[in-house]
Design a binder for this molecule. Structure first.
Ligand code: NAP
Length: 305
């Protein structure tokens, strides 16, 4: 098969050696070289506009990321071609580590002790046990469900929100977001960005989270209403926010988030696609295309993710 790689973020030089090793019979092209339109599969992650032009025999659009809102939002997306999300075990593991790092930073007051250190203040804060704390996970998909299981194993009370009902061991799951937020000290957002979830982290949501709680947004910047977050931090209702994703990215220099004492931010690194662990999944999907079989984890366009 002829495979086109098209991304403004991922580098073909990095991926091609692993892809070529896993798929020795296939031929690879890096956009804008589209092999005259003779392409079977396109691998995309924040692809440049015009990527799909003239690709008349496309059988699969394979995302190199777990979030697919950029692909779905492309007005030139060819109709009827399945879009596969990448389920990368390395990325799932990385997200678990990031969530645990942030939850523990808040739970053990490390964000606060860093500030005390800067001011040379020797002061102890009250200790909580994991069993004193409730963590709400918004989104119980590939990432949210894994994260929830890890937090349950650490002894936290865990509540989870999803569109369809879930039955996950130890997780108090609900399709009612207010129920989950009201039961949470800390809230982790791992939802896809869709018209239903845009702006979901807003003042009403923050008011429901228990006082001195924290918000951890690792999903997409569009989930968060920034002025509402700043107000909830400034009022003292929320103790801290950990933000990895922004709209736009890179975060503009004049954003108040850069210098807000209640914010810890990172440059969209919560979980990076790991070619070493994802190439095998891509190869499996391409083998299915070759055999004329359905590829798993494709986008449900009606649901928007
Ligand atoms: P996923 O497997 O598709 O899971 C999405 C979860 O959200 C599902 O539980 C789904 O409910 C729920 N959901 C979707 N729309 C909803 C709605 N309107 N109301 C309530 N629940 C809703 O996605 P994933 O692989 O876990 O990834 C989640 C997101 O993480 C990605 O879309 C991406 O934006 C983000 N991400 C960020 C990074 C980073 O480095 N910062 C890395 C990877 C991914 P159902 O279970 O009922 O379908």
């Amino acid at each position: 098969m002829n495979i086109l790689f098209s991304s403004t973020k991922e580098k073909p030089d990095f991926w091609f050696p692993l892809l070529k090793k896993a798929l020795p019979e296939d031929r690879f092209f890096a956009w804008p070289d589209t092999n005259g339109g003779d392409i079977d599969v396109v691998l995309v992650a924040t692809h440049p506009p015009g990527t799909f032009n003239g690709l008349g025999r496309l059988k699969l659009i394979q995302s190199l990321w777990m979030g697919v809102e950029n692909i779905i939002g492309d007005p030139e997306l060819p109709r009827g071609v399945p879009v596969a999300r990448l389920i990368d075990p390395g990325m799932v593991a990385a997200m678990g580590e990031t969530v645990i790092a942030h939850v523990l930073d808040w739970h053990r007051h490390h964000y606060c002790y860093r500030e005390f250190q800067a001011q040379k203040i020797w002061k102890r804060r009250r200790q909580y046990l994991a069993s004193d704390r409730s963590i709400g996970i918004l989104g119980l998909g590939e990432l949210g469900a894994t994260v929830a299981a890890k937090l349950v194993a650490m002894g936290f009370n865990v509540a989870g929100f999803s569109r369809t009902p879930k039955n996950l061991p130890g997780v108090n799951s609900s399709t009612d977001i207010d129920e989950v937020l009201s039961a949470s000290d800390a809230v982790v957002c791992l939802l896809p960005l869709t018209p239903h979830t845009r702006g979901i982290l807003n003042k009403d949501a923050f008011a429901r989270i228990r006082k001195d709680g924290c918000v951890i947004n690792l999903a997409r910047g569009g989930h968060l209403v920034v002025p509402d977050l700043v107000a909830a931090l400034d009022s003292g209702h929320l103790a801290h926010a950990f933000l990895d994703v922004f709209e736009p990215e890179p975060l503009p220099a004049d954003s108040p988030l850069w210098t807000h004492p209640g914010v810890t931010l990172t440059p969209h690194i919560a979980a990076l696609t790991e070619p070493r662990t994802s190439v095998g999944r891509i190869a499996e999907n391409l083998a299915r295309v070759r055999r004329g079989e359905k590829v798993p984890n494709t986008v449900d366009f009606a649901a928007g993710y």
